[in-house]
Write a protein that binds this ligand. Sequence first.
Ligand code: C5P
Ligand code: C5P
Length: 488
Amino acid sequence: MKKLEGDLEGFVKQAENAAERIRNWVAQGEFIDIFTHNDADALSSAGIIAAALRREDARFRVRSLNRIDDFIELFNTGYVESKCIIFTDMGSGYTSELLPLLGNKSVAILDHHEPVQASLPPEWVHVNPHHYGFDGAREISASGVAYFVAKAMNPANVEYSPIAVVGALGDLQDKNTQRSLHGLNEYIVAEAVENKLLEVKDDIILYGRTFRPLHVSLAMTTSPYIPGISGNEQAAYSFLTSLGIEVKEGEQWRTLADLSEEEKKKLYNGLIEYLVSRNLPTTIANELIGKTYDLVKESVWTYLSDAREFATLLNACGKSGKAWAGILVAMGARSEALEEAQRILEEYRLSVARAMDYVSQPGVLEELSHIVVLKGGDVIDYRQVSSVASILSSSGLLPSDKPLIALANAGKTVKISARASKQLVDRGLNLGSILSRLGAQFGGKGGGHNIAAGAEIPYDHMIKFLAELDKAVGENVASSKGEVTHND
Ligand code: C5P
Ligand code: C5P
């Protein structure tokens, strides 16, 4: 494991402070409200904290929100009666909005978004890796932060270390040349491995690689997205047979795990040739090679044994308005909760596949001077536009020198999901700070990370907002040209 560059001791101390606060709330019999975002990392982080509270016999409830404005609305309708509130995967970027509402409450923010304000009331505790020199976009996610706090509450919570890994993978913190987790994430992985909860291997990263027929597995893989194969089982089947790879052994379908090393090489080389023949970047094939993270206590026949698939399951629940099922599964529930989550996943996959078909229609993508705009309108569900944006930005179908700005209607506002390539981030682009500034300027809200950010903007301001965003991205990249901010 590479030496950590941030202040681990300071970060752990702050996690312990938060744990002590939360334990005191429990000891005083306080009812605790947990609020979280709606993606896999959000559900994992809330699941870890909820499980830690359950272990302490605490009284609590969990609620997932699509955006920070939903919290403000709930607050204004009197929903938030409890004195003690925990935010996971949200809050750090919005302390100035939360302070006027919650100034007299006890609040714990366990988040990895870039913090905007340093001075908070003494009754608040804020655990954020950025305060200790760790990059919350790449080195630890909200689930990792929640895990450090949970473990400080009770060492037995080490059992949730694999869920912290699931959250980090859900946030695509493995998007590097080795498809592996780094920084504090690597520290958590090591703990999970040591406790015989996780197994890490080098492999081809296909969805359902241990139990699905190879062609199904290939077609189901969308991270990275392989144009012409992802979402198309027939095409995946023809591709494999054209390479001379046997898809069946007798009557039995073969899985990736059944392939010899020789056959895996053939598959990888075949993919490179396929991409070259279609004028697509070969980096797509490289993104299929890397570390796999398996939860050894889970059955290989479920979506839970591969941490990336577990994350997709949680994402599906959160982005279909059924976060409860995902949070229960993250907390350890199986049987009915898992069955429901798997059903939600099937529907979600169909919905995302329909959205990807729509994206390929003429006129849906529009290239401006410095950005590419995906006009999702009412066709793409606003809760799923972020998944579509992440998939599309891994497809090689977009120019790597312009960020993707994906839009979907959400009533009177437009939901925006922005994604940049690593090259653009290395050149200094910070989508999070641009969207935070422009969001406020146009009467909405925005924020996030340098590489992936989002916003909600009133529908009527969209045209002007996009023009300003185009300009701001151009200026941001031009002003920091040549600077390299990351180097992995
Ligand atoms: O709220 P939060 O930080 O958890 O969400 C980050 C989002 O950004 C996730 O939906 C993740 O999939 C996305 N992401 C991405 N590409 C990256 C890093 C993150 O699409 N390289
Ligand atoms: O929604 P989406 O996955 O595109 O969001 C990307 C990142 O931007 C996430 O980390 C999310 O928490 C953050 N975001 C934000 N403020 C918003 C919308 C998204 O901080 N208004």
